[in-house]
Design a protein around this ligand. Structure first.
Ligand code: ATP
Length: 250
């Protein structure tokens, strides 16, 4: 589902990813932790075609990101090919990015996907089901300003799911929330994982990583310094930088 081989990415002279090797198999949940500026978001953005990698190879949902391989040569993808591949990926950000002038239902119905070509009644039906799935059946006509941060984030998750993605990316989805609202969002994410969704989750929620993650990755300085089963990494971090980081967040 996601396979990174020696992925490098720089912004000008700042090298942000310095040879990332990672593998997320179908149905797996990979949680990524690490200090601020370690390259976690940049990696997710590369997976979602929002940034171009400088070197290495990155496969997402079976496609080589950004390129088509033919006869041993690489050809850059056209915009519509990139769009088609991006529709197989749902992404949820720290900030919910909802349209403020649209209700929860309208926000989910607006999801950028092939669904748009379906009859409106069908799109609406599906959006209602998704809002029910994230526990917001009674809030479908609420505007973002009338919803709590946690409810807005659950609308954002429903909107990402409307594309029927094969892969969900979460970039610190609970960091902007008041502590008492975090649990509901994590519960929705846990349910998704139990339903078999493949997920990459950048998070500071160590409890979620321990309980739900199939693997835990520690990134620092643009490198993966440690990767393993969450319980093993958390109980017995091998790299001193992982140990140091965990001692601050646990
Ligand atoms: N578009 C950009 N242009 C220039 N520099 C960037 C850009 N995006 C990210 N960076 C820099 O790349 C580095 C890694 O940023 P990134 O957001 O990937 O880190 P992170 O581990 O997700 O951090 P945080 O936990 O604070 O979100 C930072 O130094 C950041 O300032």
């Amino acid at each position: 589902m996601v396979k990174a081989e020696q992925v490098h990415k720089s912004f000008g002279r700042l090298e942000v990813l310095k040879g990332i090797d990672l593998n997320v198999r179908p149905g797996e949940v990979m949680c990524v932790i690490g200090p601020s500026g370690s390259g976690k978001s940049t990696f997710l953005r590369c997976v979602n075609h929002l940034e171009k990698i400088d070197a290495g190879r990155l496969w997402v949902n079976g496609h080589l990101v950004g390129y088509r391989e033919k006869g041993g040569r690489l050809y850059e993808l056209r915009d519509r090919e990139v769009s088609a591949q991006r529709r197989e990926i749902g992404m949820v950000f720290q900030r919910f990015n909802l349209f403020p002038h649209m209700t929860a239902l309208e926000n989910v119905m607006e999801a950028p996907c092939g669904v748009k070509r379906q009859p409106k009644a069908q799109v609406r039906e599906r959006a209602l089901k998704l809002l029910d799935r994230v526990g917001l059946a009674d809030k479908v006509h609420g505007y973002p300003a009338q919803l709590s941060g946690g409810q807005q984030q659950r609308v954002a998750i429903a909107r990402a799911l409307a594309m029927e993605p094969a892969l969900m990316l979460f970039d610190e989805p609970t960091s902007a929330l008041d502590p008492e609202l975090v649990g509901d969002v994590l519960e929705v994410m846990k349910q998704l994982a139990l339903d078999g969704m493949t997920m990459v989750v950048v998070t500071h929620e160590i409890g979620f990583a321990r309980e739900v993650g199939d693997s835990l990755v520690f990134m620092d300085g643009g490198r993966v310094l440690e990767e393993g089963r969450p319980r093993e990494v958390l109980a017995n971090p091998r790299h001193p930088r992982t140990r140091d980081f965990l001692s601050k967040v646990l």
